[in-house]
Design a binder for this molecule. Structure first.
Ligand SMILES: NC(=O)c1ccc[n+]([C@@H]2O[C@H](COP(=O)([O-])OP(=O)(O)OC[C@H]3O[C@@H](n4cnc5c(N)ncnc54)[C@H](O)[C@@H]3O)[C@@H](O)[C@H]2O)c1
Length: 335
């Protein structure tokens, strides 16, 4: 599904990335029916690439890409990324498949670990056979409950290896280590952006799949209680989707990003309570703000140091917290 807000945002990304070195390529996008993956597909198709999506539709939605299915350069294959086999040739693999919502991945810890481990190994092998570039969607969660904030890539993290979030955190950490090993041993052209809370149109808001931002917007728009875990003093840094996707594609194009891990996120750090109150204000909602038990191992602060990305590709976030939030709220209201 595409609408005026998404169309405008796609133009913003295309102008920031430009198609040189990213046109007429054969690209495999895993998780392409998901939030970030579907934006990547739109931009890549817009640049004239051939795009194949592998998605098991476990958390993604067909409606994110239904407008592309008639395009002769677009192909959707419903498959688990761990089992996918192909004789097709690809020049670029954008490996986005994963379980990204904390409530959802904690319900499916084995699938989450398997997708990061076996799925990433499978993608690395396909990339190796094709001599393709492989970009893997890593996460700020590799830092766990970070003690250094804003967090640079040089910080190794503080992760509970057996806690409720470990299926996600350790899965992504393993995948990063695996890709660096493929880079070292086989010379594979890999890179692993560490994405910090991205948001915008197409972010799922329903049930287990909702993230704090989309869940709060839905609750505010329906005047239901806004449910904060803990006292709301924990912080997150929210990066609007145009900035996230621009960063991902600039990293894909960058020769210097080979075998690098790189933070992508907005360093405007906000408490969860600030987020809830701002959403309430912007939606003119009557929702009360309520507080529930804080889940185990919830990180206290999360904010990226993005100097490396800026140095590598000249990227800086362009969308402020308030502007991105207004745009996202408008999109949810018209849904
Ligand atoms: N959105 C964020 O803020 C954020 C932050 C950090 C990292 N990431 C990472 O970026 C990637 C995309 O996140 P998103 O927010 O778009 O999530 P999403 O859930 O919207 O998209 C993930 C997609 O992967 C698919 N998928 C999951 N397991 C699969 C499997 N085994 N085989 C095939 N397809 C599978 C899902 O169906 C979905 O379409 C994920 O890997 C996530 O861990 C996202």
């Amino acid at each position: 599904m595409i609408d005026a807000i998404i169309s405008q945002d796609l133009e913003t990304i295309k102008n920031a990335v430009t198609s040189d070195a990213l046109a007429e390529k054969k690209v495999l996008v895993t998780g392409g029916a998901g939030f970030i993956g579907s934006w990547l597909c739109d931009v890549l198709i817009g640049f004239g690439n051939e795009v194949t999506v592998i998605d098991d539709l476990s958390t993604g939605r067909i409606k994110n890409i239904d407008h592309l299915t008639e395009n002769s350069k677009f192909k959707l294959i419903k498959s688990d990324v761990c089992r996918f086999k192909t004789a097709d040739k690809f020049e670029i693999i954008l490996h986005m498949a994963g379980h990204a919502s904390p409530d959802e991945y904690q319900q499916h810890p084995i699938e989450t670990l398997r997708t990061s481990a076996k799925g990433t190994e499978n993608m690395a092998e396909i990339a190796r056979k094709n001599d393709a570039l492989l970009l893997f969607a890593s996460t700020s969660e590799v830092y766990g409950d970070a003690e250094v904030v804003p967090t640079p890539e040089s910080y190794w993290g503080k992760v509970n290896p057996i806690g409720p979030r470990s299926c996600y955190d350790e899965g992504k950490r393993f995948a990063e280590a695996l890709l660096m090993a493929y880079g070292k041993q086989y010379g594979l052209n890999v890179r692993a952006p560490r994405i910090f809370n991205s948001y915008g149109p197409r972010l799922r808001e329903d049930g287990l799949y909702g993230r704090a931002m989309s869940r709060f917007i839905l609750q505010a728009q329906t005047n239901q209680p806004i449910t904060i875990y803990g006292d709301g003093k924990q912080t997150r840094s929210f990066c609007y989707i145009t900035d996230t996707v621009t960063g991902l594609l600039l990293l894909t194009k960058s020769k210097e990003a080979k075998c690098e891990v790189v933070n992508i996120g907005n360093s405007q750090e906000k408490t969860i309570l600030e987020l809830a109150n701002k959403i309430k204000e912007l939606t003119k909602s009557k929702s009360p703000v309520t507080f529930c038990a804080l889940p185990k191992d919830d990180p206290k602060r999360r904010c990226p140091n993005t100097d490396k990305l800026e140095k590598l590709v000249g990227w800086k976030p362009n969308v402020t917290f308030e502007d991105g939030l207004k745009r996202t709220i408008k999109w949810f209201a018209q849904k």
